[in-house]
Each structure stands twice: as structure tokens, then as C-alpha cells.
Design a binder for this molecule. Structure first.
Ligand code: BT5
Length: 269
């Protein structure tokens, strides 16, 4: 295992922050966490402010979507959760996944020059392999959204993923000497703050063009699996973050959830 000689101690990254509130709330940075999402969710329920985060060197029970697990070995990635309390309608909450993907794509590009693309809804891919996964957990109150936990698992070191996933996973170190993780973190937090503020003020339409530019899904042949299964061409993302896919019969179908494979990405040929 090759270790990345950088520290995630807040003293190393707090001075890099250019944010108003992201990373400036209650920060929990243990060496080891079960899941940073789970720990931050407890803090959210206990009243932690927006912008609080949980970041750990390793997770013993890192979570993916739908009960899947996320491999998070020590020192190999940015295993991070951020607490948001955005002023958006509950039905718009899934848009935050797209915002986080946009923010991480920007942070990766700004710190490495690598062109990570967004695979709808929650992956960042590099050269067709998964670089980062995103997991949103949402708590609702009687009058709307109480909290959103945005978990991101970014593979930085080349031992971030197990060898059996090598056909579909990648890391920054697979492509270049990685920058210190604190730099990626600081860029991600400022991008996320700017993007969420845009979403609150102007809606997803204000971000749609950049999203399209960074997407590897839009314009591609996709296979939708889940409760319904079909193939088609992904044409657009609507204002609620749903994917609009033109099926083989020419109908435009709205995909809100389910797994979407993109031709040429993560093993789908
Ligand atoms: C995701 O789920 O991609 C969301 C992953 C979110 C992880 C972060 S880490 C910080 C925060 N705290 C948490 O507990 N979670 C979040 P999904 O689309 O379901 O992908 C999961 C699948 O990706 C697994 O079933 C594996 O096939 C694969 N996988 C697991 N670990 C990986 C890794 N390190 N790199 C690439 N692929 C991985």
C-alpha cells in the first residue's frame, strides 16, 4: 500500500478555506469512523449547523447506496460527509447529489487538471472508471428539509479500491502523483458552497449548462435497470434532477431512481 503523506488534521486545511460556512461548523475528524455519514447524521439530529463535516482516514462500515458498501482504507481517499440545511423544496433534494458531483468534478480539475466526468446521478468517472461515489441521506421536518448529509468517497491513492474492482474503479494516483488531500477538500468545500447557493437562489437551471459539459451520461446510450428496464439515449436532466431518456420507441421517459449504465463506462459495452 502506498501512503499519501498528508494530514487531514483541521489545522492543515482550515487556513486554506475561502468559504463562509462550509467547514466552519462542528468538525469531527476521527482517525477511524464506522461511516462518516452515520456520525454526521447523529450530529445533524443533535442540531449541528450547516457546513459541519465529518472526515476520517478510514471507515469500517462505509456505505454505498441501496445497502452496498464503500471500501475506505486508511490514508487512501477523501472519505467525507458535509451537513447541509439548504433552503430548497423537499422534492428538489435529489438535485444536491448533482451539485455535489459538480463541486467534486471542479475540485478534482482545479487541483489535478484531470477531467473527471459525472455519471448520473452519483458517480464521478475518469477514463470510464469510478473515481468518486456520492451518497445523500436526507432528514425531513414537518415544514420541509431538516438536513442533508452529502457523503463523498474520492479515491486518491491507488490502494483506495480492492483489486477485484480494478476493472471499474480508479484513483487519482492511477493517473498522477496526487495533490495533498487538504487542497482537494478546500476546493470542494468552496465549490459546494457556491453551487448550493446558486441552487437556492436560481434553481438547477443556473447550473445545467456546466452539468451538461461535465456529464458523461447526457448524449450517451444508457441502460436503465431497476423496477423498469430499457435502453435509450439520455437527452436531458429536468429541473428536479431526473434523467430524461429517449427509449427505442421514441418515447421520452423520466428516470428518477434506479441504476443507469452508460455505454463505455464502468464495464458497460
Ligand atoms: C456510491 O454508492 O457510490 C456512494 C459511495 C459513498 C461513499 C462515501 S465515503 C464518505 C461517506 N460515508 C459513507 O458511509 N459513505 C459516503 P454505489 O453507487 O451504491 O456504489 C457502491 C459500489 O461501488 C460497491 O458495491 C462497489 O462495487 C463499488 N465500490 C466500493 N468501494 C469502492 C471504491 N473505493 N472505489 C470505487 N468503487 C467502489
Amino acid at each position: 500500500m502506498s501512503n499519501i503523506p498528508d494530514s487531514l488534521h483541521p489545522a492543515t486545511w482550515l487556513p486554506l478555506l475561502t468559504t463562509r460556512y462550509m467547514g466552519r461548523g462542528d468538525n469531527l475528524v476521527p482517525e477511524e469512523a464506522t461511516s462518516t455519514n452515520t456520525l454526521l447524521k447523529e450530529m445533524a439530529i443533535a442540531g449541528a449547523p450547516a457546513g459541519s463535516l465529518c472526515l476520517s482516514e478510514t471507515q469500517t462500515a462505509g456505505k454505498g447506496r441501496l445497502g452496498r458498501s464503500w471500501h475506505s482504507p486508511a490514508g487512501q481517499g477523501l472519505w467525507l460527509s458535509v451537513l447541509l440545511r439548504p433552503c430548497i423544496r423537499p422534492e428538489d433534494a435529489p438535485l444536491v447529489t448533482l451539485c455535489a458531483a459538480l463541486a467534486m468534478a471542479r475540485a478534482v480539475e482545479e487541483t489535478t487538471g484531470l477531467d473527471a466526468r459525472i455519471k448520473w446521478p452519483n458517480d464521478l468517472v475518469l477514463c470510464g472508471k469510478k473515481l468518486c461515489g456520492i451518497l445523500l441521506e436526507i432528514g425531513f421536518a414537518a415544514n420541509g428539509i431538516d438536513y442533508i448529509i452529502v457523503g463523498t468517497g474520492l479515491n486518491v491513492g491507488c490502494s483506495a479500491y480492492p483489486t477485484e474492482l480494478a476493472h471499474q474503479a480508479t484513483s487519482i494516483q492511477d493517473h498522477m502523483a496526487p495533490p495533498p488531500r487538504r487542497e482537494i477538500l478546500a476546493r470542494y468545500l468552496s465549490a459546494l458552497e457556491e453551487i448550493i447557493t446558486r441552487l437556492e437562489q436560481d434553481g438547477f437551471a443556473a447550473l445545467a449548462e456546466e452539468y451538461r459539459t461535465r456529464s458523461c451520461t447526457l448524449g450517451s446510450l444508457v441502460k436503465v435497470s431497476g423496477s423498469v428496464e430499457f435502453t435509450g439515449v439520455a437527452e436531458a436532466i429536468d429541473e428536479n434532477g431526473a434523467l430524461l431518456v429517449r427509449d427505442e420507441q421514441g418515447n421520452l421517459r423520466r428516470v428518477l431512481a434506479g441504476d443507469v449504465s452508460v455505454r463505455g463506462v464502468m464495464g458497460y459495452v
